[in-house]
Design a binder for this molecule. Structure first.
Ligand code: GAP
Length: 507
């Protein structure tokens, strides 16, 4: 087994043993591309989603969250282009009849990316390099395409209508746009966010939560006037901010460059409205989540690689050891009026708006995040194997719990006092849990292994002077603070302050 596969196995093993995620229908052998979140994974995912909500919906007073159905009639996908263009290139083995994604089969042999190549181009490469079926060694038949949407029949008998499960949450926002625009006093830009399920019949689901068949997306669709693409009222605040860019032109020398937002506009010719949101995405990863900027980059997609609806398309990538390099976790897409004009044409309903005397079909900037990919990335980046412990160093704000509360021993009124502190923290809005089983050392290890950033211990001193100790998961150092100050101290610690500065050190 190679190093990457080994690390992936370890991630899955720990995720399963500790209660983060595992394959769906495990007792029936599982189904490729489907995963369930267990109690800790669910808490981690909710916290990531809530941070995403607060940050991205908070970017503008006219951004809102909506929720839509995941099953939609065929006409929606005729209009969006998914019926025709949401396809993967495939090849079929002439002997065992297994179907493979053509570009993946080539990549596994030639170790190079061929995403965006046409089926004909891929077949040519397969023939040139004599690539055969990895299962039985058979030759491949001519390459074709397979639509990735899941079809469903809605209704019964003569009333049956063809529908599809949403391959992206985005379409839900486009269908609701006009009504929301009317309800929301016709202001622009208007943002509609959806955190919801997407479904894709991936030919080769793989890499745990990275390529799934049912997954969660967090997407923000920003509707704006295309004439204003070169402005943003808050651009001054980001103009010096350095973006980490990996443009197509840098692929050969494999070099990431740091470019100020101002230069991204003036020298690379990207629109201000687009660049402003790139800065905010980078800020989310490096400031809100606190990830190192060295593992973050925007990768520009070439014309052949871009999704069929995009004019500008940069992926957001994180460096992941278990995937042997940078991996896409999100994307920033300028979709123009592709979707609204498509729905206008097929539905016959006008998608035009009238703002300040001007009538136009709005354009869309889309910030699209795969939640599961982000959870996998956080998990992988957090997993550290130290000499005496395995620890998950999640960013403090997304850890499944904020703190564990423990009595030093389970006697002498310490459990009663500890439960009092536990209830006090819960009522103050923290996600905490209580544990009194085993030695205090073992309890600390247990919270390290599930990534809880703080351990709060009630000892004999607590009964005398109403103080407790707080232990930092990462440094394993402790401080002593009064119970009344605990909520303020814990909040500052979770927001990123170092524990040493927040109370009296304990030897
Ligand atoms: N609405 C635009 C859209 O769906 P995309 O690049 O196809 O764009 C957006 O997907 C994000 O969704 C990706 O960056 C990735 O994080 C996530 N994603 C896509 N396919 C996925 C899959 N099969 N399994 C898990 N996540 C996936």
């Amino acid at each position: 087994m190679n190093k990457q596969k080994e690390r992936q196995e370890k991630i899955l093993d720990i995720a399963k043993r500790r209660g983060f995620f595992w394959q769906t229908a495990d007792i029936y052998g599982g189904v490729a591309g489907f995963y369930d979140y267990a109690h800790l994974g669910c808490a981690l995912k909710r916290k990531w989603e809530n941070l995403w909500r607060d940050f991205f919906i908070g970017l503008n007073d006219n951004f809102y969250e909506i929720e839509t159905c995941v099953m939609m009639p065929e006409a929606v996908f005729r209009a969006s282009g998914h019926l025709k263009s949401f396809v993967d290139p495939v090849v079929k083995c002439s002997k065992c009849k297994t179907i493979f994604r053509a570009d993946h089969i080539i990549k596994s042999v030639l170790k190079k990316d061929y995403e965006g190549f046409s089926p004909e181009e891929l077949m040519k490469i397969i023939k040139e390099h004599n690539i055969v079926c990895p299962g039985c060694g058979g030759r491949f038949e001519e390459a074709g395409v397979l639509n990735m949407m899941f079809p469903v029949d809605v209704g019964t008998g003569k009333e049956t209508r063809k529908a599809y499960l949403l391959p992206e949450t985005a379409q839900g926002a486009y269908l609701n746009f006009k009504q929301e625009f009317e309800c929301l006093r016709k202001k622009f830009p208007l943002g509609l966010a959806i955190i919801g399920k997407a479904f894709r019949n991936e030919i080769s689901p793989r890499n745990v939560l990275i390529r799934m068949r049912e997954f969660t997306q967090a997407e923000l669709q920003i509707f704006f006037n295309p004439k204003k693409i070169n402005e943003h009222p808050d651009f001054e605040s980001v103009k010096e901010f350095k973006l980490r860019l990996f443009p197509v032109a840098n692929r050969e020398k494999n070099e990431i460059m740091e470019v100020s937002c101002e230069d991204a506009v003036n020298k690379l010719g990207l629109p201000k409205f687009y660049v402003y949101h790139m800065a905010k995405i980078q800020e989310f990863y490096t400031k809100v989540l606190g990830l190192s900027k060295d593992i973050f980059r925007f990768k520009e997609l070439s014309e052949e690689e871009r999704a069929f609806y995009n004019k500008y398309h940069w992926d957001i990538e994180l460096f992941l050891e278990s995937l042997d390099g940078f991996k896409e976790v999100a994307g920033i897409h300028y979709r123009t009026d592709h979707d609204l004009s498509g729905h206008q044409k097929v539905s016959g309903q006008s998608m035009e708006v009238n703002i300040d005397g001007e009538t136009f079909v709005p354009h869309v900037l889309e910030l699209s995040f795969g939640v599961d990919r982000n959870i996998y990335a956080l998990f992988e980046l957090a997993l550290k194997e130290e000499e005496e412990r395995i620890v998950l160093v999640f960013p403090r704000l997304v850890s499944p719990y904020d703190a564990g509360v423990f009595p030093l021993v389970s006697k002498d009124r310490l459990p009663e006092k500890a439960k009092e502190v536990f209830r006090f923290l819960k009522e103050s809005g923290f996600s905490v849990f209580y544990d009194e089983t085993g030695s205090i050392g073992r309890r600390y290890r247990r919270i390290d292994e599930v990534g809880v950033p703080a351990g709060i211990t009630i000892d004999y001193e607590s009964l005398e002077d109403e103080t407790v100790t707080i232990r930092d998961r990462d440094s394993m150092k402790q401080i002593r603070v009064s119970i009344s100050e605990l909520p303020v101290v814990l909040r500052r610690f979770l927001a990123g302050e170092s524990l040493g500065k927040l109370g009296k050190p304990v030897n």
